[in-house]
Design a binder for this molecule. Structure first.
Ligand code: SAM
Ligand code: DTB
Ligand code: SF4
Length: 315
């Protein structure tokens, strides 16, 4: 296992980004092989348990009440419905079930229902993950007691670019919730989004924040922005697909023990780009036809891609 470092400086990380593409991919793939089976991919299925009407103003998100996306708001789903969806996902081969809610933070009146969802999905023998926004110490304690395996809370971008994307909370708010989750002994899923008009320096800085956390997140989702009409970032320029691959590669090098997830945006990627991401060190995906409010590749298409690449899924 490669030594885990938490003292990466910006110049070192920038240096990886600036390598010739072949040198970067060779290095990242070598690190990947030293730490993981290069042909194994972990698969998680996502479900939006509470959709739309969110009070936050995240510029990328279809679910902000301020975005004019025409998305229908939905109430918190019933526990039985969530467990049924998890059962279906398990039947299709997902090992982890991730439940997302369009909240700034969970309200007391909903929390009992959320805890029941964790219990019900755990009882199916699946790993559980939730993403509910900011949490208090007490909420973290209750989720942990119910058996929640992972909490997802992304830093999204660099501290420098953050205010250009979100104004209703601070970077420090995000770090505080991550610290609470970590202190409770839960696994952390934390990553970001690229292709939001940020510079390479911002991508370097985001990855530095992730890698210099006191412990690396067990799971690092790298999302490609899904541009959604009616959001402030709907018309942002395309990111070079190879720059996305570079971001995956650098995440692999500086967080060698973490699962790096090739997350949102796969529906807009060619299979060949995804294959490069797997070579560069991505070893996890969201699996199933839907992310939260947008499309993911069809499960059938992903199975064929895995066959073509000789990849197998971890249970
Ligand atoms: N409301 C909670 C929060 O913000 O933490 C949980 C749900 S939120 C939708 C989870 C994550 O999805 C965000 O932090 C962001 O990284 C990602 N996300 C949301 N919209 C996206 C988009 N259009 N493209 C790529 N990633 C997106
Ligand atoms: C993560 O990093 N990406 C997922 C999950 N964690 C919650 C969400 C992606 C959302 C993509 C846009 C949508 O479907 O609304
Ligand atoms: Fe709300 Fe989360 Fe979307 Fe931000 S990313 S608007 S907090 S659902």
């Amino acid at each position: 296992m490669t030594e885990l470092r938490h003292d990466w400086d910006l110049a070192e990380i920038q240096g990886f980004f600036d390598l010739p593409f072949n040198d970067l991919l060779f290095l990242a793939h070598s690190v990947h092989r030293q730490n993981f089976d290069p042909n194994a991919v972990q698969v998680s299925t996502l479900l939006s348990i509470k959709t739309g009407g969110c009070s936050e103003d995240c510029g990328y998100c279809s679910q902000s009440a301020r975005s004019k996306t025409g998305l229908e708001r939905e109430r918190l789903l019933a526990v039985e419905e969530v467990i049924e969806q998890a059962r279906l996902a398990k039947g299709k081969g997902a090992g982890r079930f991730c439940m997302g809610a369009a909240w700034r933070s969970p309200k007391e009146k909903d929390f009992g229902q959320v805890l029941e969802m964790v219990r019900g999905v755990s009882e199916l023998g699946m790993e559980t993950c939730m993403t509910l926004g900011m949490l208090t110490d007490e909420q973290v304690r209750q989720l942990k007691a119910e058996g929640l395996d992972y909490y997802n809370h992304n830093l999204d971008t660099s501290p420098e670019y953050y205010e250009d994307v979100v104004t209703t909370r601070t970077y420090q708010d995000r770090l505080d919730t991550l610290e609470r989750v970590r202190a409770a002994g839960m696994n952390v899923c934390c990553g970001g989004i690229v292709g939001m008009g940020e510079s390479r320096a911002d991508r370097v800085s985001l990855l530095q924040q992730l890698a210099n956390l006191p412990k690396h997140p067990e799971s690092v989702p790298i999302n490609m922005l899904v541009r959604i009409e009616g959001t402030p970032l709907a018309d942002v320029d395309d990111l070079d697909p190879l720059e996305f691959v570079r971001t995956i590669a650098v995440a692999r090098i500086i967080m060698p023990g973490s699962m790096v997830r090739l997350s949102a945006g796969r529906a807009g990627m060619h299979d060949e780009q995804q294959a490069l991401c797997f070579f560069a060190g991505a070893n996890s995906i969201f699996y199933g036809d839907r992310l939260l409010t947008t499309d993911n590749p069809e499960a059938d298409h992903d199975r064929k891609l895995f066959d073509r690449l000789g990849l197998y899924t971890l249970q």
